[in-house]
Write a protein that binds this ligand. Structure first.
Ligand code: KIV
Ligand code: ZN
Length: 512
């Protein structure tokens, strides 16, 4: 069977989701999981856009070695391409991804250039990139809305200039499957030299058709798919890796292609990306949603109990849904905890494990049983400490009716000073927000606050996600988990502010 290459852009397009910005350590953690998944290409960032993106591409290149191609994005602009090449210096399998808009809308209203000028810039960009690396991918931005004959002319020109991969993005998620499939089929038929390069597709999900469009393109001859874990990405997101990969696997009878993805790592990747970005996975999400393998109606339950395949087309183990026979309680030892954490994909050094074991025992004392969700929330909470500027020491809340909800907090500042303050609010959560805002004086607006019980029962861990908008409009996400949701809220808000503070290094912002 033909091989379809998987190009993951969670760390670039995925990171463009509001509030999903990741630091280099978090990107590296995800990059390692992408290697475990077996992706072919990792798009690590857009180096000209910020020093953080530049650094991430370099660090991912070091960490990944020759296990995958590492790709850096650029516009068809010399400075972008030179910066991408610089970030990729020393990377074992480097790729520069460069491109330009091809739709009338992009040419006329964004770039304000003619078609001829666009072709010239594209050819120059590909030639320049080829001077730095052997592997150059060209993207024809907004190809989904482009006039096909012009798109084909552009593709022919960049193939002639040395592009090794040609990416046809449906940037605005505008097309429907037959239309997008025909666009690719037309290209395979009409562009001389197309058989010598890999045709890639990059679909956005504005009309909910990203996965369907991608599959139609594969049926028409595309052999690289650009996608993200959980489908995160600009606006409505990108094609979800778990969906296309499982569709190609389950329906190999129809598509006749394979990928190199170890599907048993999909669930772990989904949880990791959700935990790092703070973007929850909707329960009914295909493949990785909490309900994807849950059977609720009596008729379905009866069927599944008799024979799983009556209502289940995928064996949950195929995507890494684990069933555990070990029950973790306050009596569980280090060995049992280590074993379960490893099964869930966490490899901890001894010092971190000891900290987690102590936290586990505290939690297990409060709860009868500690579930996978509790462990994942604990690990996500632990990961937030990587961006610790202010440390939360104490939280105390007084509330009730009648009464004035009041919160007292003690924080330790970066210089080690203990800051104590109190404030009242409309409710206990508002009081937490008021007092921490007073102690950490950084302007921001709270844009989202959500609480989620990670397991069932009144003793469940509460996981709070908070998003704040900084004065420059950027969104930062903070998370916190604790059996007391007020404490979880204080942790989440402190974490969001820490991320905001850390990000306030000078950055060059370039718009795509
Ligand atoms: O959606 C898009 O067109 C992109 C390109 C930069 C590949 O993300
Ligand atoms: Zn995109």
């Amino acid at each position: 069977m033909d091989r379809v290459y998987i190009f993951d852009t969670t760390l670039r397009d995925g990171e463009q989701s509001p509030g999903a910005s990741m630091n280099t350590a978090e990107k590296l953690e995800i990059a390692r999981q992408l290697v475990r998944l077996g992706v072919d290409v990792i798009e690590g960032g857009f180096p000209i856009s910020s020093p953080g993106d530049f650094e991430s591409v370099r660090a991912i290149g070091d960490a990944v070695g020759d296990a995958a191609v590492v790709c850096a994005l650029s516009r068809a602009v010399a400075k972008d391409i030179e910066t991408a090449a610089e970030a990729l210096r020393g990377v074992a399998r480097p790729r520069i991804h460069t491109g330009i808009g091809v739709s009338e809308s992009h040419l006329r209203d964004k770039l304000r250039i003619t078609r001829e000028e666009a072709v010239e810039r594209a050819v120059a960009a590909v030639r320049l990139a080829r001077g730095f690396v052997e592997d150059v991918e060209f993207y024809a931005e907004d190809a989904g809305r482009a006039e096909p004959d012009f798109l084909y002319r552009m593709v022919e020109a960049v193939v002639g200039a040395g592009a090794t991969v040609v990416n046809i993005p449906d940037t605005t998620g505008y097309t429907y499957p037959e239309e997008f499939g025909s666009l690719i089929a037309g290209m395979m038929e009409h562009v001389p030299g197309i058989e010598d390069v890999t045709v890639s597709v990059h679909c956005h999900n504005d009309l909910g058709m990203a996965t369907a469009n991608t599959l139609a393109a594969v049926a028409a001859g595309a052999r690289q798919i650009e996608c993200t874990i959980n489908g995160i990405g600009e606006r409505a997101g990108n094609t979800a890796m778990e969906e296309v990969v499982m569709a190609l696997k389950q329906r190999a009878d129809h598509f006749g292609v394979t990928t190199g993805i170890n599907t048993r790592e999909l669930m772990r990747a989904s949880k990791l990306v959700s935990s790092v970005t703070g973007i929850a996975v909707q329960p009914n999400k295909a493949i990785v949603g909490a309900n994807a393998f849950a059977h609720s109606s009596g008729i379905h339950q009866d069927g599944v109990l008799k024979e799983r395949t009556t209502y289940e087309i995928i064996d949950p183990r195929e995507v890494g849904v684990l069933e555990s026979s070990i029950v973790l309680t306050a009596r569980s030892g280090r060995h049992a905890l280590r074993h379960r954490l490893t099964e869930l994909g966490y490899e901890l050094d001894d010092a971190t494990f000891e900290e987690m074991y102590a936290r586990f025992l505290t939690l297990a004392d409060k709860k009868k049983q500690v579930f996978d969700g509790d462990l994942e929330a604990m690990m996500a909470d632990e990961a937030q400490r990587a961006v610790e500027v202010y440390r939360l020491e104490k939280v105390q809340v007084v509330c009730g009716e009648p009464g004035i909800p009041t919160c007292t907090v003690e924080l330790v500042s970066p210089s080690g000073e203990h800051l104590v303050g109190s404030a009242h609010g409309d409710g206990p959560i508002d009081a937490v927000y008021q007092v921490i805002s007073k102690l950490v004086d950084v302007p921001n607006d709270l844009t989202e606050f959500s609480v989620n019980a990670v397991t069932e029962g009144t003793d469940a861990l509460g996981e709070v996600t908070i998003r704040v908008r900084a004065a420059d409009g950027r969104i930062f996400t903070g998370r916190g988990a604790h059996p007391d949701i007020v404490v979880a809220c204080a942790k989440a808000y402190t974490n969001a502010l820490n991320r905001l503070i850390v990000s306030q290094t000078p950055a060059v912002h370039e718009e795509l």
